[in-house]
Design a protein around this ligand. Structure first.
Ligand code: GAF
Length: 383
């Protein structure tokens, strides 16, 4: 039995203990690692994430009344609200992600009146691995399937995103929800965030002897914090100055000749990062690992110097991984902490992990957590 199946069985048992009846089912949705295209999704650009083999799980059952309740195995307390009172502001904190998904699906107009929901997650919160989209996507798929609602996964991804933007108040893009809904084993997802068209891109498999190592710096970040929203606002200001719909439509020349200061730096990152997604896909398709390493390095420099979302811990993790034999390494996700990702030979993992741990110790940083990831399939019913 996989870890996820064992956790699903435990969640179902816990649900029964708490509510005196079994859940109608348990649904899981994965976190993600992004390989290229950071802060490009809300600029209508391209991204290249893969779903990871850690997920958030939601056990759900309808109720006879119109009460919505929500609990977590990982946190104390119960959030409860009548369906008629479900609106932005009615719940706060982590339950806003869970009940936000119910709200975004159209409650109380649709579906059974009341619901009991119990969640848990394998995706570390605040690590930049999209624990929030994993949670909203698990609940969205669960409730949509239970209530016989919309089953188109792209539509469900936009519902899950609305839970976060409108209920939680985090102005995120669509990358994480699309990765959670459409992830495919051994593939990344090349996603056009304007059209929402996507195609799977094969990643080096086990036979290549390579692996994707994630290093969690344990510097915590939250998309609802100010840094993410400020970057997004600067991107929108820059697009307005340039007279384009979104920075996806800007050119490097226009950015250089029209913009100044922070707008120029931020826009330069977005425009060049979108191009790096195209280049990274080409490098992967042609097995050009040296080229891939150079594209990752340019992306890391752009996030550090232009977009300014890296931090000392992420820079150190990336440099140390490269010194220890990584072919490609960069920070991943929203930034201001969180994780770095590296492609490296399986045989180099132990030494690279030890090197990062030693370097963090020497700098007085928190002890990092390193783990291998496998590109995995998207959200599904698991129990
Ligand atoms: C976070 C957001 F949720 C995504 O939409 C994306 O903007 C990412 O940061 C940065 O690429 O994960």
């Amino acid at each position: 039995m996989s870890d996820r199946d064992a956790l699903a069985a435990r969640l179902a048992t816990e649900f029964r203990a708490r509510h005196g009846r079994p859940p109608a089912g348990v649904w899981a949705a994965p976190g993600r690692v992004n390989l290229m295209g950071e802060h490009t999704d809300y600029n209508d650009g391209l991204v290249l994430p893969y779903a990871i083999d850690s997920a958030a799980l939601a056990a759900v059952a309808p109720r006879d009344d119109d009460r919505l309740t929500c609990q977590s195995l990982d946190r104390p307390g119960t959030a409860a609200v009548d369906t008629g009172d479900l609106r932005p502001g009615a719940v706060t904190g982590w339950p806003a992600y869970v009940l936000g998904a119910v709200w975004a699906l159209g409650w109380p107009r649709t579906g059974p009146p009341g619901l009991d929901i119990v969640v848990t997650s394998q995706v570390p919160a605040g690590a930049g691995l999209s624990s929030s989209a994993a949670l909203t996507c698990a609940v969205t798929l669960a409730v949509a399937e239970l209530a016989g609602l919309e089953t188109d996964r792209t539509a469900l991804a936009t519902v899950a995103r609305r839970a976060e933007t409108d209920m939680v108040g985090a102005p995120v893009g669509i990358m994480d929800q699309m990765a959670a809904m459409h992830g495919r084993a051994d593939h990344a997802l090349l996603l056009d965030c304007r059209s929402l068209a996507f195609e799977p891109v094969p990643l080096p498999g086990r036979e290549s002897g390579l692996t994707l190592l994630v290093v969690d710096t344990r510097v915590s970040h939250a998309n609802a914090d100010g840094g993410y929203a400020r970057r997004r606002a600067t991107c929108e200001d820059a697009a307005r100055t340039l007279g384009v719909q979104a920075l996806r439509d800007a050119t490097v020349t226009a950015v250089r000749t029209t913009l100044v200061g922070e707008q120029r730096r931020v826009a330069r990152h977005v425009v060049t990062e979108i191009e790096r997604v195209r280049l990274a896909v080409a490098a992967l398709r042609h097995d050009d690992l040296t080229g891939l390493g150079e594209i990752f390095a340019a992306s890391q420099a752009s996030m550090r110097d232009d977009f300014r979302i890296s931090c000392a811990e992420l820079d150190l993790a990336v440099d140390t991984l490269l010194d220890a034999g990584a072919i490609a390494a960069r920070m991943t996700g929203g930034g201001f902490g969180g994780c770095a990702v590296a492609l490296l030979p399986e045989t180099a993992v132990a030494a690279a992990t030890a090197a990062v741990t030693a370097a963090f110790g020497a700098h007085g940083f928190l002890s990092p957590r390193a783990f291998e990831t496998r590109p995995s399939h998207g959200a599904a019913r698991v129990y």
